[in-house]
Design a protein around this ligand. Structure first.
Ligand code: MG
Length: 446
């Protein structure tokens, strides 16, 4: 049984995510990496219950703890990098309110590696916890990580250029952790700030924690009504940010990744950007324009971040609003995304709607197919691809290139389904490719 999924441990609070389980996990992590831990959480109702169990577990192994309270995931990561040996965050990111989760942070502020997670899992299941002698159990201090994080972003972007523009920004923090950072960050950048859902509330009364295009209609309307330059929304732990342009239109996450890539490469052509195989070909189109290259990784921000460190990439991210700015830190950062977006608008002097409309457009289709034996089906498709010598990328799943575009067939990490994702210049091209991908799965899915 695997404990860790793509994004740490997740489940329904007090069903899978019980205090007992949280404490055992914390004991395992504290046994694996003894030292000073920073612990933070998003705004979920069950956060306090799980955080206190985590803290107790860490203390029992002799670790000391700095309790950071409610803070965005990247804010905790920034604190760990500067002040602690490791971190633990209580969050279920974009999942519905009844969920919660726990993820581990390495000493450099990045997400814990898969190898570390495997070692922790081993301790968890074998219950070989370190039990500190009574006089060596840990102690707890409290700290506020927010001012340093906000100032860090202000210093990492061209704050003077942004302030000179006096932007109007509407920000929908969805009652999540960014409610305690993003509005204050924007104000420090000289913006006129209008907030939506900025009260801390783990029942998420305003909208779902996942800021999809359909979820943030209030934000779209508010941007139009206020005549704002920009709208920004976060998921519950604010490692992701999505944007609304000055015309009140949702900026597709793949387009967001592309326009930020474009901005970074304009300023430093001949660089490297990193993104998962599931991202749009837009990234490649832009990289070509600026003599730059793209490195495609497995899906999951940890793979993107580690590869970026390895190759010294200028920028990277996922097509879901998770952008990584290496000049600040090697993790997805919704606050830094907002700051960088404002810098782009200030330095280019262009409206976001103009930048979006000038990019080439792609069409995509997503399908999912129920499948009990994912590995066997994918292996059979892979054999076909090798036999036919089709142009394909096998980094993560099977990505097949055709003249009209590409189709990616990939197993879900958490559910018994296979996902098919196709992209083409035209709607009909994407549909044809998706049908082709579904056909490949159905051929072996019995
Ligand atoms: Mg998140």
């Amino acid at each position: 049984m695997a404990l860790f999924g793509t994004n740490g441990v997740r489940g329904v609070a007090n069903v899978e995510m019980t205090p007992e389980m949280a404490m055992s996990l914390a004991k395992s992590i504290g046994t694996f990496r003894n030292g000073k831990f920073a612990v933070g959480m998003d705004t979920r109702h069950s956060g306090a219950m799980l955080k206190n169990a985590v803290i107790a577990g860490l203390l029992s192994t002799g670790c000391s703890v700095v309790d950071l309270g409610i803070a965005p995931t990247p804010c905790v990561q920034y604190y760990v990098k500067r002040h602690a040996d490791a971190g633990m965050i209580i969050t279920a990111s974009h999942n519905p309110p009844e969920y919660n989760g726990i993820k581990g942070i390495a000493g450099d502020g990045t997400e814990m590696s898969r190898q570390d997670e495997a070692a922790i899992e081993k301790i968890y299941f074998a219950r070989t916890f370190k039990n500190a002698n009574w006089s060596e159990t840990g102690s707890v201090a409290c700290a506020d990580p927010k001012p340093e994080y906000i100032d860090g972003i202000v210093n990492a972007v061209d704050a003077e250029a942004i302030r000179a523009k006096r932007f109007t920004v509407v920000c929908d923090t969805g009652c999540g952790a960014a409610s305690v950072t993003t509005p204050f960050l924007l104000r420090k950048l000289g913006c006129k700030v209008i907030t939506l859902n900025a009260q801390v509330d783990g029942t998420f009364p305003g909208r779902n924690p996942e800021p999809t295009g359909n979820e943030i209609n209030d934000l779209k309307a508010a941007v139009k009504t206020a005549g704002a330059n920009l709208g920004v929304a976060h998921d519950a732990d604010a490692d992701r940010a999505v944007f609304i342009d000055d015309k009140g239109r949702f900026v597709n996450e793949d387009v967001l990744l592309a326009l930020m890539t474009q901005y970074k490469l304009q300023r430093k052509p001949g660089s490297t950007v990193v993104t998962p195989v599931s991202s749009s070909s837009l990234i490649e189109d832009i990289a070509k324009q600026y003599d730059s290259n793209v490195i495609w990784t497995m899906v999951g921000s940890i793979h993107v971040a580690r590869k970026m460190m390895e190759v010294g990439a200028i920028f990277g991210g996922e097509g879901n609003g998770g952008l990584i700015f290496p000049e600040f830190q090697y993790c997805r950062d919704g606050g830094m995304s907002a700051g960088s977006m404002l810098e782009m608008l200030a330095k280019t002097g262009r409206k976001l709607s103009d930048i979006v409309d000038a990019l080439p457009s792609y069409s995509s289709v997503k399908e999912k197919i129920k499948c009990k034996d994912k590995d066997r089906v994918l292996k059979s498709i892979e054999d076909d691809v090798r036999r036919e010598k089709a142009k394909a990328d096998l980094t993560d799943g099977i990505k097949i290139f055709r003249p009209e575009g590409w189709v990616l067939v990939r197993a879900s990490g958490t559910e018994p389904i296979i996902r098919v994702f196709a992209e083409s210049r035209t709607d009909s091209g994407a549909r044809t490719l998706a049908d082709y991908g579904v056909g490949l799965v159905n051929k072996y899915n019995r």
